[in-house]
Design a protein around this ligand. Sequence first.
Ligand SMILES: [Zn+2]
Length: 246
Amino acid sequence: MKWRSHISIGKAIADRLELPPGERKAFLEGLVEPDRHKERIGSQRRSYRVGHHHPSHRTFMLHVWIARRSFLRNDRYQGYRHLGMALHYLQDRSTSKGLLGLTHSRREEALAKLDVPERAIVLGMQGAVSSPRFVSRSLALTKPLKDPREVMVQASFRSAAVAAAVVDLERPRGLRQRYQALHRRHSLILLPAAIASLAIGLSLSAAMASPVPLVLSAGVSLGAIVLDRPYVHLSRLVEWYGLKGR
Ligand SMILES: [Zn+2]
């Protein structure tokens, strides 16, 4: 997607969020930053280039989490900058590359001339849910499209939804209590059950020289892990709201 299209979607979102000039600037700079210098991810020793036109889900979520943590500690500049970078990858993903990229540049030209559909921005923000699962799903649902107008609607809608989700810090009611209840179940019942059943299976298998007890107990452990999944989801949500370790 062209620089101009990233910026015009960004401006429409910044207007809706009524960003003060400094934060607006950080947001718009973030939106074009991945095109400026190819981003490198990882440590110095083992860094790799982020394939720009195949941005991984991981890169996107990385920027989303940095943005989220920045907002939680009230570092709004850093928050908007990384939110912008995340949205850049989402918007690029919205554009189909076409066969050998031949039609790609023409499509981007047409796209750059379009206005941002205000309605898509409003609807995207209204439907947003502030959770990592919602944000991750928004990216997964963003498909490469061919028609420039459809690209624009999709990119605007999903960008607005992700932006609204990341900046919304209002904690759902009872989140801490729900988490504590699931945490108790996790640490007092499910985790010990999974370990104990494996241990019993192992010793029975050794005593009987048969794999059957181990296989059966592995099934029990697996069941405990499946039952524990709501805890895993909720602990990520608790982190999303900055409640972990407090
Ligand atoms: Zn790009």
